[in-house]
Design a binder for this molecule. Structure first.
Ligand SMILES: C[S@@+](CC[C@H](N)C(=O)[O-])C[C@H]1O[C@@H](n2cnc3c(N)ncnc32)[C@H](O)[C@@H]1O
Length: 286
């Protein structure tokens, strides 16, 4: 799973539009970070007093939200995203649960992130990138993390694929329906399709300062109500409403019929694997 479906580093202006319009649906319908993965990240931070988190491609703030709930005594969070609408959504989600932790929302591409001048004391102890690394200039992001992170920090690259990549009867049928409307290539917003990845995340890490990597796989079973799959699709880059134009209502009606037909007991099951690559600086970084 750690090989991205495809990636197009450098498509940052398009990405702002790509993700912004689905922010509310994203917040509502995207599954959170599994408890076991949160535990792994919490353990990586446990011994540190007042840890600082840098979350790249924060979206609606799911990673900060999960780590705040783990009560690690987080002192500060830097949450970075190219989408202002996502950051607005993250602010709304995180503000009520921050407690004593401070939050800075940074509207930037991850590789262009810079800490505030004079903020060196807040060098991140953990840099996270969840379901977002494939959208980024990955070598540049890892180099940036090496510049800004604390000496003994960790980087966590995480994700669990999508309903496009998931392999089950119902997701295959759904993918075929989307392809009937939008063409066989997986779309990445209105103006693009995914490009082939040049290398896996493991290879990206091995070629970076973060070459000391452990890999963790957490199986997750999710029960989806058909209406929630429809909501999820609206938040994706491969089936957002703009892609269908005036045919979106027809698509959603067909998708709903298809999902209802595949549902058992009112639910569709997804067997996902949430993978975390937990990396630390290696001795022989290039
Ligand atoms: C699929 S969402 C993941 C959000 C969140 N990390 C989560 O797991 O729920 C991908 C996010 O990455 C952001 N993004 C895409 N390219 C980016 C880049 N180059 N730099 C920073 N954020 C980016 C998008 O705007 C979007 O909010």
């Amino acid at each position: 799973m750690t090989r991205p479906d495809r990636s197009c580093p450098g498509h940052v202006p398009e990405q702002e539009a790509l993700f912004g319009s689905g922010a509310a649906d994203y917040d509502r319908y995207r599954p959170g970070v599994p408890t076991a993965a949160v535990q792994l990240l919490a353990d990586a931070l446990r011994s540190r007093p007042n840890p600082v988190l840098l979350d790249l491609g924060t979206g609606t703030g799911q990673v900060p939200d999960a780590l705040l709930a783990a009560e690690l005594g987080l002192a500060h969070i830097e949450a970075v995203d190219v989408s202002r609408l996502m950051l607005d959504q993250a602010r709304d989600a995180l503000t009520p649960v921050l407690g004593h932790c401070t939050l800075r929302l940074v509207h930037a591409a991850a590789d262009a992130y810079t800490p505030l001048a004079g903020d060196e004391a807040r060098a991140p102890d953990l840099v996270t990138c969840c379901r977002s690394f494939h959208w980024m200039d990955r070598p540049a992001v890892l180099a940036m993390a090496d510049r800004v992170a604390a000496p003994d920090a960790a980087v966590a690259i995480m994700g669990d694929g999508s309903l496009w990549t998931h392999d089950a009867d119902w997701t295959r049928a759904l993918r075929e329906l989307i392809q009937r409307y939008l063409g066989s290539e997986r779309r990445a917003g209105t103006g693009a399709t995914y490009c082939e990845p040049r290398r896996s995340y493991e290879e990206d890490l091995a070629a970076s300062a973060w070459s000391d990597v452990t890999e963790h796989h957490f199986p997750v079973e999710r029960a989806w109500a058909p209406k929630d799959v429809i909501g999820y699709l609206r938040s994706t880059s491969f089936a957002s409403p703009e892609l269908f134009g005036e045919r979106h209502t027809a698509f959603e009606a067909e998708a709903r019929t298809l999902l209802d037909a595949h549902a058992s007991g009112g639910h569709l099951t997804e067997h996902a694997v949430f993978t975390v690559l937990l990396a630390r600086r290696g001795g022989g970084a290039q």
